[in-house]
Design a protein around this ligand. Structure first.
Ligand code: F6R
Length: 239
């Protein structure tokens, strides 16, 4: 695991943009794994700037998002599909058919999860998986638990995550109580992982990751099973 501590959020996003842009330049048909949340917004803005400056081409890129609420209509402005269109996909030249977000709008989520895993495999696997982390150490919607489900699956949200995500909804009651998420095994199959950890409230999650042990009560620590992980954090998270 390589850890880079940068001064603040902006510096982390600048460095993350450099790493993702370099990956796409080196391998134009890169398969990216992508998160939503507040953290990656600076990265997506950075990638849009590179694209607008003519320095980056997304035409052959494929993306797989980590997670999606369930049930949710993709046209709902709180859906992760809407978020990705709004913050990245609609601003670059990626064909929409090359963008994948787990299906939160199906009556058969189990089948949709199997199809998602098969689509990742058919695309040749994820080359670079970008991640954020919850303050409780969750990755995607893999919440702290005694057991974690390995592959893409339907899961319940913890009270802590409902509380944290309620900032995007009118009230906590409106936050969907379930989600479809890649599992930790799906995530760990990526060839390289880039995790972005910013802000004081992520301090404990970073500390747990840095211990180097595996603890399913801190899903982020499972990244210690992967041998090509870059951690970009700011000074506040590393304090
Ligand atoms: C979202 C996701 C989540 C977030 C986490 C941190 O796709 O994977 O695990 O990364 O909840 O969210 P922010 O960045 O809003 O602090």
């Amino acid at each position: 695991m390589k850890i880079e501590v940068l001064k603040n959020y902006d510096a982390v996003m600048e460095r993350a943009t450099e790493i993702v842009a370099a990956q796409v330049r080196e391998k134009p048909n890169t398969v990216l794994g992508l998160p939503t949340g507040s953290t990656p917004i600076g990265l997506y803005n950075g990638l849009i700037r590179e694209y607008e400056a003519g320095k980056l081409d997304f035409y052959n890129v494929t993306t797989f998002n980590l997670d999606e609420y369930y049930p949710i209509d993709p046209r709902n402005s709180q859906s992760y599909r809407y978020f990705m269109n709004d913050h990245l996909f609609h601003h670059v030249n990626i064909p929409m058919t090359s963008t994948h977000v787990p299906n939160g709008n199906t009556s058969d989520p189990e089948a949709a999860c199997r199809e998602y895993e098969a689509a990742m495999k058919a695309a040749g696997g994820v080359d670079l998986q970008v991640l954020g982390v919850g303050r409780n150490g969750h990755i995607g919607f893999n919440e702290p638990a005694e057991e974690l489900v390995a592959d893409t699956h339907l899961t319940g949200l913890t009270a802590d995550t409902i509380d944290a995500n309620s900032r995007f909804f009118a009230s906590a009651d409106e936050v969907p109580k379930q989600a479809v998420t890649m599992g930790m095994a799906s995530i760990l199959r990526a060839k390289q992982i880039l995790i972005l950890i910013c802000g004081e409230d992520k301090k404990e999650a970073l500390k747990q990751l840095k211990k180097g042990n595996i603890n399913t009560q801190w899903p982020v620590t499972l990244l210690n099973l992967h041998d090509d992980v870059i951690v970009l954090c700011d000074e506040a998270a590393n304090a």
